[in-house]
Design a protein around this ligand. Structure first.
Ligand code: ADP
Ligand code: ASP
Ligand code: MG
Length: 819
């Protein structure tokens, strides 16, 4: 009874490799330990990186590569260095140093043996790997005055069962009870290490220090098992893959076991079994942030989160093996034979799924087990395979498994729907799926190249995120492109702070240079950055990079007036990347192309936005769209859509001729890069075409009647000869203008759509027309609809200029992410 009372107060703390990665960190660990009441057991891992290094050295040595010697010296002196720094050069320090030397000498001997026989046996590997924990526990116990170093080889006993070292719990429990029966003591124990019944060193598998600690905690019926590591607790996903992952307050044993089975490395999978049986709570805590609450794992989880799932985990690399063929159908015992064969070869099966037709059965294994698994099935089903296609084995590689886990899933419908919707919308194909009958877990198998994206979209789908992210790839650094970058830069902080939107600019290209940087490109001085850091521009390469990055919420922004860029939208949208464009070419090309773009976007669940192709930042397209969607019918559109032409007609007077007004429009950035696109009416034709299509009319460019106001000759030759030609007609033009001015009228270049018939022409309007007072480069759009019949709806304002166009693109971007 007395014995039991002591143990009830016992705490078991385990510090992982990352917690003891440097002497400074070890001093932090010391502080945490010194704050504990006694009795207390401290289990330690090898110093960070040591087990990996010992493993690599074993590979080199067994491969006959004598470079192993140098690396071995290095890793030994690193560990000795830790001891020297922490214990000092006094007598304690020199005793420690001698003790390390003894282990080091043994280690060198074992490696030499491996090198000479060019083979590493399980036993010799265990022996060398164990040295990491032997040394770390020695150093740490030296540092903790009055502590007792307890060698786990003496009390963690393993037995080889069907090729796997399993803990002999009966014996281990007895030995542990005997070893730790001292009151008020601080024990330091090397994790990971054990020994077999012959007394040879064994290990508990990579990450096994967690298990050591759990076995001790369970046997001693500890009050708590604390796993101290380098993150704030068990998190909703692997923080190295999902930036937005956050700490889970509480988990049940079953949930934690499921998450760790499917790859959450924070707890080694077998760890929870012994503590679960004894109902010992487990805390996961951060050595580098001891004040944080961490995660508690016990029988019942206090769950305040609104999400129906607790966490997401993944196994990065698996192979999927499918056994299929008529021999499977209606034949009992096939599964038993299959899994029997696999079990005889110690193959660990990660997931199983079977089609209800029984035509096939599929299971997932680690790639390192794949060949043995396949061979064992081939020999088991030799007869069926030999019989013409009665049975076939298909192996798929480069796959990953993702599991979503949570006890609440049981009572919540629609979880699979959310899971598959998140994946589907982002173009991630699910290759296989399985749901445990406990409904604690749903697993999906996907291509490895999609893993990071999939984890993030699933996380976004199930957990409230502190912020959303949008990844931009911008084509064009001309007036609109650079204005957009400036606006994005200016607004970035507010978007993040007030709207929870993080905008990442990951790629920029112009006609000369391009740059992709997954860490983000600073929008300031972009042309210099491109010049200095960019590579020669190649649009197809640029798009290839975007696809390869494979990020969710990716948007391609077209701030060019380029035909080739416009032709690439299909490819981009097909890859689940939204397109926001200020380039009119795609929307005013053949109707079928435009329609196809819209269809692909709808199918893929991404956005195709082009508000700025008409009226710059004015909400023209959005308004027509809203009207049509809400059941209104657009009868007539009358519009001055060329800011350039309006500017020109407003500027001309007896002292300022047409040619100069054109130059001025170009200088101010109102005109297209080539002002002839405006003057020929081409630009307005494109715009009325876009509006007509938005209003539901299926028309082509050739359907728009154009009445030109400049003679054809003006458009022949290059830009210089164009200006010269215009100068020749300046006078004649002014004569016509002053004539209508005398009648109290003004010129407006008007686009009209009347019951599906479109035309563009120069008209003279009197003061009673709404466009008469249209100043500067403004646009006006009059919409006569079924609802707005007597008085048309009027949209009016700046219709040209880089600033407002960029602002319109910006607004489209915000609509893509629904800010
Ligand atoms: P230790 O050295 O303390 O044993 P590990 O590296 O074995 O630490 O485990 C901690 C690491 O596990 C974290 O740094 C984190 O990168 C990773 N990890 C993976 N999945 C999760 C998860 N769901 N929650 C927390 N950490 C996780
Ligand atoms: N040092 C061992 C490993 O790296 C055990 C552990 O750290 O848990 O696998
Ligand atoms: Mg670990």
């Amino acid at each position: 009874m007395h014995f039991f009372l002591i143990l009830k107060e016992m705490k078991v703390l385990k510090f992982g490799g990352s917690s003891v990665g440097t002497p400074e960190r070890i001093l932090g660990v010391k502080k945490i330990i010194e704050a504990q009441s006694l009795p207390c057991v401290v289990v330690v891992s090898a110093f960070q990186g040591v087990t990996d290094a010992l493993n690599n050295i074993a590979d080199l040595a067994s491969g006959g590569n004598n470079e192993y010697i140098g690396l071995l010296e290095e890793i030994i002196s690193k560990q000795k260095g830790f001891g020297e720094i922490l214990a000092g050069s006094n007598s304690v320090g020199s005793r420690l140093s001698e003790a390390i030397d003894v282990i080091a000498a043994e280690l060198k001997e074992t490696y030499r043996g491996i090198f000479l026989v060019k083979e590493v046996t399980r036993h010799s590997l265990d022996k060398v790997l164990s040295s990491g924990e032997r040394i770390s526990s020695l150093v740490i116990s030296t540092l903790l005055e009055g502590s007792i170093l307890a060698d786990s080889q003496e009390f963690i006993k393993t037995d080889l069962v069907s090729g796997t070292q399993l803990v002999d719990f009966n014996l281990t429990n007895q030995l542990i009870r005997k070893k730790f029966n001292k009151q008020d003591s601080l024990f330091v124990v090397p994790g990971f290490i054990a020994s077999n019944l012959k007394g040879e060193t064994t290990t508990l598998g990579r990450g096994g220090s967690d298990y050591t600690a759990a076995i001790i905690a369970a046997t001693l019926k500890a009050e708590v098992l604390e796993i101290w590591t380098d993150v704030d607790g068990f998190m909703t996903a692997d923080p190295r893959k999902v930036e937005k992952a956050y700490t889970i307050e509480s988990l049940t044993y079953a949930e934690a076991m499921e998450l760790s089975h499917f790859g959450a490395k924070v707890i080694y999978t077998p760890t929870l079994r012994p503590v679960y049986k004894e109902n010992i709570p487990v805390m996961v805590r951060n050595t580098f942030n001891p004040g944080s609450k961490g995660t508690i794992i016990n029988h019942r989880s206090a769950d305040n989160s609104r999400s129906p799932i607790k966490g997401i985990s993944s196994i990065d690399h698996i192979d999927l093996i499918t056994l299929q063929g008529p021999a499977m159908v209606g034949v009992t015992g096939t599964s038993a034979r299959l899994f029997g064969a696999l079990a005889r070869h110690n193959i660990n099966i990660i997931l199983i799924t079977q089609a209800s037709s029984e035509y096939s059965i599929t299971f997932a294994v680690s790639p390192s087990d794949s060949v043995i698994a396949t061979n064992s099935i081939i020999s088991e089903f030799e007869r069926e395979i030999a019989l013409n296609n009665e049975l076939k084995i298909v192996t798929e590689k480069n796959l990953s498994i993702i599991a979503i886990v949570g006890e609440k899933m049981k009572n919540t419908p629609g979880i699979s729907a959310t899971l598959f919707r998140s994946l589907g919308r982002n173009g991630i194909n699910v290759i296989a799926t399985a749901q445990g009958s406990s409904e604690l877990n749903i697993s999906v198998v996907i291509r490895n190249e999609n893993l990071k994206k999939a984890l993030n979209v699933i996380h976004d789908g199930f957990f409230l995120s502190p912020f959303k992210e949008m990844n931009l790839f911008i084509a064009g650094t001309g007036l609109v492109g650079s204005s957009l970058l400036k606006q994005l830069e200016k607004q970035a902080e507010i978007l993040l702070k007030d709207h929870g939107l993080k905008v990442n600019i990951l790629g920029i290209t112009n006609s000369k240079k391009m740059l992709i940087n997954k860490k983000g490109i600073s929008p300031g001085a972009i042309r210099e950055t491109l010049k200095n850091e960019g590579e020669p521009a190649e649009l197809s390469e640029f798009i290839h990079h975007i696809k390869k990055l494979n990020l969710r919420n990716s948007v391609f922004v077209d701030c060019t007036a380029d035909e080739v860029v416009a032709e690439s939208y299909i490819e981009i949208l097909e890859d689940y990347i939204s397109v926001v464009t200020a380039n009119k070419i795609a929307c005013s090309s053949e109707y079928s192309y435009f329609q196809k773009l819209k269809e692909i976007a709808a199918e893929r669940g991404v956005r195709f936005m082009y508000e700025t192709t008409v009226g710059a930042g004015l909400p023209v397209i959005k308004t027509i769209n809203d009207l049509v969607l809400s059941g209104d019918k657009v009868y007539k559109i009358e519009a001055v859509l060329s800011g350039t032409l309006n500017f020109i007609f407003n500027e001309i007077n007896e002292n300022f001729p047409l040619s100069q007004a054109i130059r001025k429009a170009k200088e101010k950035g109102f005109s297209e890069p080539d002002p002839r696109v405006d003057l020929s009416g081409t630009d307005v034709v494109r715009k009325i075409l876009i509006l007509a299509r938005e209003a539901g009319y299926r028309i082509e460019k050739t359907d728009v009647k154009v009445n030109m106001f400049l003679p054809d000759e003006c458009f022949k030759g290059d830009l210089n000869s164009f200006y010269k030609n215009i100068e020749k007609i300046d006078k004649e033009f002014e004569r016509k203008r002053s004539k209508i001015a005398g009648e109290g009228k003004k010129w407006r270049f008007m686009a009209t759509l009347d019951h599906g018939n479109a035309k563009v022409e120069l008209v003279s309007v009197g003061p009673d027309h709404p466009s008469f007072d249209l100043a500067g480069s403004n646009n006006i759009v009059l919409l006569t609809t079924e609802r707005y019949k007597e008085l048309p709806m009027v949209i009016k304002g700046y219709g040209a200029g880089a600033e407002v166009t960029a602002a319109g693109v910006f607004a489209d971007l915000m609509r893509v992410v629904n800010v």
